[in-house]
Design a protein around this ligand. Structure first.
Ligand code: AMP
Length: 577
C-alpha cells in the first residue's frame, strides 16, 4: 500500500492560483481558458507566438525582461518582450525571404542559445512548424529525424554543422538552407549566416493568420518498434501550456522561472519557452549543463521563484552533500516542480529538509503536449505520487488487453494502463505519415499512454512502469530498436537486444546484449569498440553504456527476441548483488 504521509503545503509562493483543486476540477471548461487568451487581432485566428510575445510586447509588459540568457562564457543577454517581438519578427521575415511558408518545417539543432528561442517563436509567427532536435544526437538519429520531418531549414552552429550535417546533406532532399548562428558571413548560397540575415531583415511582421488547428510543433519521440515517431501538435495546444502554467507551475506576475530541460525535448519547448512567456513572466535560460554549485548559484543570483527540473538532476544534487542552507541564499525560491521520470519519495523529503519545500512531481509525455497529472501547490503531497489529473483532463487506469473487445476500468489500487479521455487541446493530432500507428493509440474514447500506473483511494496516481520496452534514461526516452539497428551494422554482431538497466541516478542506463558472429569472440576490446561504434553514430545520450555478450538471446516461439525477459533478469541480478 502507498504511504499515507502527507507533506505540508508550500507556504513561500503566495496564494496559489488554484486554491481548491476539487472545486476547479468540477467546474472547469476549456472554452473559458480560450477566453483568457488574446487571439490574433481582429479575430484573425490563434497563434502561439502571438500569445507568448506580441500580446505582452504590445501591452504593459513591453519593457519587462522576457528572456535572460546566462551564457557559458560569462556573457549574459537579456531580451525584453519588446526586443523579443523585434527579433522574432526579423526571423519570420528571414523565413519569408528564403521562401519558407505555412506548413514548412524549421528545425533547431543547438544547445541553449538565444537563437534557438528566436527561431522557435519566429517560425510560429510565420505559420511554419517548429521542430527541436537534441544537439548531442549523433548523425544517425539526426538524419532519421530531418528526413522524416522533411525539414526545410536547419538552424545550428558551425561546429555542429561540420561534425554532423555536412556529410548527410546529399541524402536530405528537402533541406534547403542551413543557418549558422556563429558566423558573420554567408558560407555559401545555402549555408548562411543567421546574424547577417537577421541584421538585414525588417523588424515589422504581420503574424500569419493561423487557425487553432494548424500544425505548429513537431517533436520526435521514440517507439519500441520502428524508428522515431513525429508527434504533431497544433496552435491550440497553447491552451494547455497556458492553463498548466497557471494551475500547476503557479505562475504569478513577478515570477522568475527556470526550466532546466534540454531544448531538444518537448519540456524544453512547452515549458522552457512557451508557457512562461504566455504568462508574461521572466524566463531564465542557463546555457551550461548540469553543475551542482552553478545550479545553486543560479537559483540564488537570479532569485528564481519557480524551478522546473527532473529527478536525475535532483538525485545528482542529493549525492553532492552540499550544505545548501549555509552556503546559498535561496529565500526567493517558492516552488520546485519535477517531471520526466519517477521521483523517489526520498527526493521529496530531501528537498523539504535541504531546500525548505517538497518537490511537486508531475507527469506528461510528448503526445500529451503538456502536463496532465500533477501535484498542485494547494494540494497535500504524497511523496512518490504523480498527483491528480489536471482540471479538464479525465484519467483512468484501464485493465487493457488488446485481445479483448471490452474496456475494463481497474479497481482502486490495481495497476493497469494509464489512459486519458481524448479531446484535450494539446492532444497530439497525429504521428507524421503514420495514421495507423496513431489510431492504435486509442481504444474507444481513450488514449493509451503506454505507461502503467494505479490510483489510490484519494484519487492520487502512482507510476508503475512502461507497458512497452522504451527506455527512460535520465528522463530521455530511447527506443531500443533505434540502438539495435545501429549495433547490428557492426561486422561482429549477429543479434542484439537493447534494454534499460536500473540505475540509481539515471533511472535506467542503455544496455545492449549481443551475440557474435562465428569469427568473433567476446573481449573487453570488442566491447569498447562496439560502444564507440554506437556512440559515434547515435551520440552519447542514446548509445549503450554497457555491452554484455551472450551465446544466445531469449526468444518467443515465433523467434521474437524477448527484451522483457532480459530486463527482468537484469533487475534480479542487481537485487542479488
Ligand atoms: P517523453 O515523451 O519523452 O516526454 O517521455 C514521457 C514518458 O516519461 C512518460 O510516458 C513516462 O514513462 C515518463 N514520465 C514522465 N513524467 C513522469 C513522472 N512524473 N513519473 C514517472 N514517469 C514519468
Amino acid at each position: 500500500m502507498h504511504e499515507i504521509e502527507q507533506v505540508d503545503l508550500n507556504k513561500q509562493h503566495g496564494k496559489p492560483n488554484m486554491a481548491n483543486y476539487e472545486e476547479v476540477y468540477a467546474s472547469f471548461q476549456w472554452k473559458q481558458v480560450k477566453e483568457e487568451l488574446a487571439g490574433l487581432p481582429e479575430g484573425k485566428g490563434f497563434n502561439i507566438a502571438y500569445e507568448a510575445v506580441d500580446h505582452h510586447a504590445n501591452g504593459i509588459q513591453e519593457t519587462k525582461v522576457a528572456l535572460r540568457w546566462i551564457g557559458k562564457e560569462g556573457v549574459n543577454q537579456e531580451f525584453t518582450y519588446h526586443e523579443l517581438k523585434d527579433q522574432t519578427n526579423r526571423f519570420a521575415n528571414v523565413m519569408q525571404g528564403l521562401g519558407i511558408h505555412k506548413g514548412d518545417v524549421v528545425c533547431t539543432l543547438t544547445g541553449r542559445i538565444p537563437e534557438l528561442y528566436i527561431s522557435a517563436l519566429g517560425t510560429l509567427k510565420n505559420g511554419s512548424i517548429y521542430c527541436p532536435l537534441f544537439s548531442i544526437y549523433g548523425p544517425e538519429p539526426i538524419y532519421q529525424r530531418l528526413s522524416k520531418g522533411r525539414v526545410k531549414i536547419l538552424v545550428t552552429t558551425k561546429a555542429l554543422y561540420e561534425k554532423k550535417i555536412s556529410d548527410l546533406w546529399n541524402r536530405l532532399d528537402d533541406l534547403r538552407y542551413v543557418l549558422l548562428t556563429d558566423v558573420t558571413d554567408h558560407q555559401s548560397g545555402d549555408v548562411r549566416s543567421f546574424q547577417r540575415l537577421m541584421m538585414e531583415a525588417s523588424s515589422e511582421f504581420i503574424i500569419a493568420e493561423t487557425d487553432p488547428e494548424d500544425r505548429a510543433l513537431l517533436h520526435f519521440t521514440s517507439g519500441t518498434t520502428g524508428m522515431p515517431k513525429g508527434v504533431i501538435h497544433v496552435h491550440e495546444s497553447a491552451l494547455t501550456h497556458y492553463i498548466t502554467g497557471k494551475y500547476v507551475l503557479d505562475f504569478q506576475s513577478d515570477d522568475v522561472f527556470w526550466c532546466t530541460a534540454d531544448p531538444g525535448w518537448v519540456t524544453g519547448t512547452s515549458y522552457g519557452i512557451l508557457s512562461p512567456l504566455m504568462h508574461g513572466i521572466t524566463n531564465i535560460v542557463l546555457e551550461a549543463e548540469f553543475d551542482a554549485e552553478l545550479w545553486y548559484q543560479t537559483l540564488e543570483e537570479q532569485k528564481i521563484t519557480i524551478w522546473y527540473t527532473a529527478p536525475t538532476a535532483i538525485r545528482r544534487l542529493m549525492r553532492m552533500n552540499i550544505d545548501v542552507r549555509k552556503k546559498y541564499d535561496l529565500s526567493a525560491l517558492g516552488l520546485i516542480h519535477s517531471v520526466g521520470e519517477p521521483l523517489n519519495p526520498e527526493a521529496v523529503r530531501w528537498a523539504e529538509k535541504t531546500l525548505g519545500m517538497p518537490i511537486l512531481d508531475n507527469w506528461w509525455q510528448t503526445e500529451t503536449g503538456g502536463i496532465m497529472i500533477a501535484n498542485y501547490p494547494s494540494m497535500p503531497v504524497k511523496p512518490g505520487s504523480m498527483g491528480k489529473p489536471l482540471p479538464g483532463i479525465e484519467a483512468e487506469i484501464l485493465d487493457y488487453d488488446e485481445n479483448e473487445v471490452d474496456l475494463r476500468f481497474a479497481k482502486t489500487g490495481e495497476s493497469g494502463q494509464l489512459a486519458l479521455k481524448k479531446g484535450w487541446p494539446s492532444m497530439f493530432r497525429g504521428y507524421l505519415d503514420e495514421e495507423e500507428r496513431y489510431q492504435k493509440c486509442f481504444v474507444g474514447d481513450w488514449y493509451l499512454t503506454g505507461d502503467l500506473a494505479n490510483r489510490d483511494e484519494d484519487g492520487y496516481f502512482w507510476f508503475v512502469g512502461r507497458a512497452d520496452d522504451i527506455i527512460n534514461t535520465a528522463g530521455h526516452m530511447v527506443g531500443p530498436f533505434e540502438v539495435e539497428n545501429v549495433l547490428i551494422e557492426h561486422p561482429a554482431v549477429a543479434e542484439t537486444a537493447v534494454i534499460g538497466k536500473p540505475d540509481p541516478i539515471a533511472g535506467e542506463l542503455v544496455k545492449a546484449f549481443v551475440t557474435l558472429k562465428d569469427d568473433y569472440g567476446p573481449s573487453e576490446e570488442l566491447s569498447l569498440e562496439l560502444k564507440g561504434f554506437a556512440r559515434q553514430r547515435l551520440g552519447s545520450a542514446v548509445a549503450p553504456k554497457e555491452i554484455e555478450f551472450k551465446d544466445e538471446l531469449p526468444k518467443t516461439r515465433s523467434g521474437k527476441i524477448m527484451r522483457r525477459l532480459l530486463r527482468d533478469q537484469e533487475s534480479e541480478n542487481l537485487e542479488k548483488a
